[in-house]
Design a protein around this ligand. Structure first.
Ligand code: ARG
Length: 624
């Protein structure tokens, strides 16, 4: 999936060394398959031997049947580390075959100086791409549930990372706002209105309830009847069932008729549909705002917006013999995929896949997407495989300049409850996202109050809201997106460990130190251009981690994996904590030049932490 990395000169010594080691490995073992050419560069476990160590010799030696130290000696002889590190020799090899590397004395300071710019070392790409990101995708007449937490939070983070890398990003929320289920709700609201209900005051919670009732109403129990007929059930049960099925069939017929009315622009149907749309979307967008997800009205591109494009699209596929009849339905068959993609049902209705084909056409053809990224549940894996293949077969993925757009399903796993089943409410229903966020805030508020008993109420509320949102988002973003995870308020709200609150705390702590410095009359402005102090191993470790930032952001962008950035920020925050413990900054007796050098490093680390949180969409606070 590596599509984005631009070959930019790197300020990151770890990345530069990685390249040089790989080149040397290729020289020494020319036949080694590419996926095994790995430098295994990490921070030195014993700082007195250097800044880094490469652990490459052991696994490769095993592979090619050499002694690790012998291989290490050959690598050391072949490698060119000029401009980055001190020359390597036999002396650099330790233990079973570790290779120790010390940076050139000036290298660390000058790389830090170079990254200390507004852009933090992430320069705009030479060829910026247009990347369409499919986010959120709520459904009308339904409250947002935890499933939409991931498509909103991860989708927005994926978009932000690409924006940070300098690409042109277009978010699209594929709202489920069309089709029979919605028509069923419209029909029910018509009935209610006829009975005198004032629809103008209806809430989303009520719509949600109506959605469920009408769904059940239209569901014919044909399976049960078939069973009774087969095994010969009670005559009365049979009559009752037949009656119920007749009622369900009648309800379904009404819904179908309502859909036809809606599709043909019937004034009343459209008015009520619009009402449902407005109620759902205003609640959804408010939740997006609360989640600090940059998803607004302009990003909504519901299924309804494709309604006039579906017939011509299907006709085009028929004309070009890409779609064929199959048992009355219309399907597209694609090589390598067993299940044909149905694009028109026997009754003439279009499907989810039909709309998604139209969406690809628009996203690539009209919006100019070089890449279209779908942040959707992994359970829709087959759907996207089919749709991508069908779009390719039809040429709908051709960009105006004639290239094939890259279509990716950046899927995510399921959120489980502590019982290891998909997270549900106590009554077994989908967990409403607003309720979940409210509970997170209540819990955060209690924790903040415990830590700061004297904090004014209003401030506590603002901070608790940020802590809660950061906790929920960070927990979601920091697990590899493809994996399922268990939702635990206790774990995500902890102030220690790999959590959102810890990140916020790390940021607030550095800000606090800077406030203290100002209070003591330190010229913080002047410290911004001081020489870095890099004698202590804790300073060097922190500095080296700061320099990794551009490499990490690019990797997170290449793979559309925000968790890489979370993991990095956690390491950076932890190294700052160690530095803060071992290297006094404002303490009496610290030399002015050391103090200023440490202040500058702290300010740089703060900016990286802040930029990282902004890039993930995690709100931060000034004090905690
Ligand atoms: N509304 C859909 C759902 O809730 C998600 C939409 C995903 N995006 C897409 N282009 N199909 O399952």
């Amino acid at each position: 999936m590596s599509t984005n990395t631009q070959n930019q000169p790197t300020l990151d010594p770890a990345a530069a060394l990685d390249d040089r080691f790989c080149a040397a490995i290729r020289t020494v073992v020319p036949d080694l398959p590419d996926d095994q050419v790995k430098a295994h560069i990490g921070p030195s476990r014993q700082p007195k031997f250097g800044d880094f160590q490469s652990n490459c010799a052991m696994p490769i030696a095993k592979r090619v049947g050499m002694k690790p130290r012998e291989l290490a000696a050959k690598i050391v002889e072949a490698i060119d580390v000029s401009g980055i590190a001190q020359p390597l020799s036999e002396e650099s090899i330790a233990g079973p075959g570790f290779i120790n590397v010390s940076l050139l004395p000036e290298a660390l300071g000058s790389a830090l100086g170079a990254i200390d710019t507004d852009q933090l070392g992430i320069e705009a790409p030479a060829n910026s791409k247009t990347i369409v990101v499919d986010v959120c995708g709520v459904n009308l007449a339904k409250q947002m549930h935890v499933g939409h937490l991931r498509s909103t939070v991860i989708g927005d983070a994926i978009a932000r990372i690409q924006e940070r890398l300098g690409h042109c990003v277009k978010r699209q929320s594929h709202v489920g706002d069309w089709g029979r289920p919605i028509a069923m709700v419209v029909e029910e609201l018509c009935v209610m209105e006829d009975a005198g209900t004032d629809l103008s005051s209806i809430t989303l919670a009520q719509l949600n309830a109506i959605y469920k009732v009408v769904g059940a109403k239209c569901k014919a129990e044909t399976k049960a009847l078939e069973l009774i007929m087969k095994v010969g059930g009670h005559a009365k049960a049979e009559i009752e069932l037949k009656e119920r099925i007749a009622v369900a069939d009648a309800a379904m017929d009404k819904a179908k008729a309502r859909l036809v009315a809606l599709q043909s622009g019937d004034e009343r149907s459209v008015r009520i549909w619009q009402l449902i749309y407005d109620i759902t979307m205003s609640a959804c967008l408010a939740t997006c705002k609360r989640l600090h997800a940059n998803i607004t009205d302009e990003h909504s591109a519901g299924e309804s917006t494709y309604r006039d494009e579906l017939s011509p699209l299907v006709q085009d596929l028929i004309d070009r013999k890409i779609a064929v009849e199959d048992d009355g339905a219309l399907v597209v068959r694609c090589e390598g995929i067993k299940e044909p993609t149905i694009i028109r049902k026997r009754d003439g209705g279009f499907l989810y896949a039909t709309t998604d084909l139209a969406a690809i056409k628009r996203r690539v053809g009209k919006l100019g997407g070089d890449e279209v990224v779908y942040c959707v549940d992994s359970r829709q894996g087959l759907h996207f495989k089919q749709v991508f293949a069908a779009a390719h077969k039809a040429g709908y993925d051709k960009t105006p300049s004639g290239n094939d757009a890259v279509l990716v399903h950046t899927m995510f796993g399921t959120i489980f409850g502590e019982d290891n089943k998909p997270l549900k409410s106590r009554s077994g229903e989908n967990l409403n996202l607003t309720d979940l966020l409210d509970e997170a805030v209540a819990r955060a508020s209690a924790a903040v109050a415990e830590k700061n008993p004297d904090m004014p109420e209003a401030e506590r509320q603002t901070i608790s809201e940020a802590v809660a949102i950061a906790a929920v988002k960070y927990a979601d973003l920091s697990t590899e997106r493809i994996k399922d995870y268990v939702f635990s308020f206790d774990r995500m709200l902890a102030f220690e460990g790999d959590t959102g609150p810890y990140m916020l705390y790390a940021i607030a702590r550095i800000k606090n130190m800077l406030r203290k410095a100002v209070d003591r009359g330190v010229d913080v402005e002047a410290a911004k251009t001081a020489s870095f102090s890099l004698a202590d191993p804790a300073e060097r470790a922190l500095a080296l981690m700061v320099l990794r930032y551009p490499t990490i952001i690019r990797a997170a962008g290449d793979h559309h994996e925000p968790h890489r950035l979370c993991g990095y920020l956690y390491e950076l925050a932890s190294l700052f904590a160690k530095f803060y413990e071992q290297c006094p900054v404002l303490k009496e007796g610290v030399e002015e030049s050391t103090r200023d050098g440490r202040l500058r490093l702290s300010m740089l680390a703060l900016r990286v932490l802040q930029d990282g949180c902004d890039t993930l969409g995690i709100p931060t606070v000034d004090r905690m």
